[in-house]
Write a protein that binds this ligand. Sequence first.
Ligand code: PHE
Length: 357
Amino acid sequence: MDDLKARYLTQIAEAEDESALEAIRIAAVGKKGEVALRMRELGKMTPEERQAAGPALNALKDEINSALAARKAALADAALDERLRAEWLDVTLPARGRRQGTIHPISQVTEEVTAIFADMGFAVAEGPQIESDWYNFDALNIPGHHPARAEMDTFYTHRAEGDDRPPHVLRTHTSPVQIRAMQDQGAPIRVIAPGRVYRADYDMTHTPMFHQVEGMAIDRDISMANLKWVLEEFVKAFFEVDDVELRFRASHFPFTEPSAEVDIRCSWESGTLKVGEGDDWLEILGSGMMHPKVLEAGNIDPAEWQGFAFGMGIDRIAMLKYGIPDLRAFFDSDLRWLRHYGFAALDVPTLRGGLSR
Ligand code: PHE
């Protein structure tokens, strides 16, 4: 019995965790444990032997049980100590500076654009960045063989072998949101759709991901005159100048007819851009009257409704307004750049409070 006791007490003292303790408990004092086995042997003993062995076995059982309980409590204490040590926190550390992060110029300019168009009654619409090729191309009157598909340097997703459906694309422009917004809301409608777009292109003025804002207004008597007025109002508000001159250059897009690219009058004096004066012209967007087939793809009857649409590069107008020379820096996440060009979190652009401060 001394043997038994010494063996189990040692095991208990050396147990590393609760499950080890439990295994010892079962082996020692469990229903089929060693102490129970010995108790069963009492029946074969003489009454004298039994009188000595019975109480001794009971005492042994008690002793093992209390050793188990003590070891369990000690393990729990150690675990708590360890946790307190790990979760220790020095509350005397100095707090962080207040202006840790800044609003990215793209976010700021998107807010500015949204505020200006909201004032003219345009709501914001959204669509997925991974788009079906129908929404990105076909619905916009760009059928499968159309050269515009090749020109756009499209990123395609992968289809499983043997799956003949056309692959999805990373949308190459925000124009698919025209179709989705028409389908969702019908006519009349006035929306802008800012967001990310993708093309396989990379240099000073191109990054594979960039941002556009789409604009679309559909009603019973919309004309190019409305388009021109809306864009002039936008450019005046955005560049914060009273007078601007826009130049509409005949162009071609499959989804508009007629189509126009729009330039603004500007000057470059010693590398700084001034909008509204000078002898230079700067292209800022593509636009036109929505093609009847596009209205139809959006379930809107072209015999009853007309609309204009435009698409503008957000990154581009951000570069122009804030004098940022290299587009690629927008997406480098260089902290020094972000601190320099970023906006304070509370500088929310509004038409009343000023767009940029
Ligand atoms: N989707 C065109 C582009 O990405 C821009 C555009 C939009 C032109 C709407 C006309 C009308 O170049």
